[in-house]
Design a protein around this ligand. Structure first.
Ligand SMILES: [Zn+2]
Length: 64
């Protein structure tokens, strides 16, 4: 699924995966980052939808 340009335009951009990851971890809610195919940089999203991008140790693949 492609990122919509309107979404891209209003989101924060991170020039590197490391920067996006740091920002995601700094948030108070679980965030994940993705590479945007519009601008080629990274954005954060709060839509985790049960996908654990950053699984906690020992908690991989456990149904919730
Ligand atoms: Zn973008």
């Amino acid at each position: 699924m492609r990122t919509r340009l309107s979404i891209c335009a209003r989101k924060r951009r991170f020039g590197s995966q490391d920067a996006a990851l740091a920002a995601a971890l700094a948030g108070s809610v679980p965030l994940r980052f993705y590479r945007c195919d519009r601008c080629g940089q990274y954005h954060l999203t709060s839509r985790t939808k049960g996908k654990r991008v950053l699984p906690a140790p020992g908690m991989d693949d456990q149904p919730t």
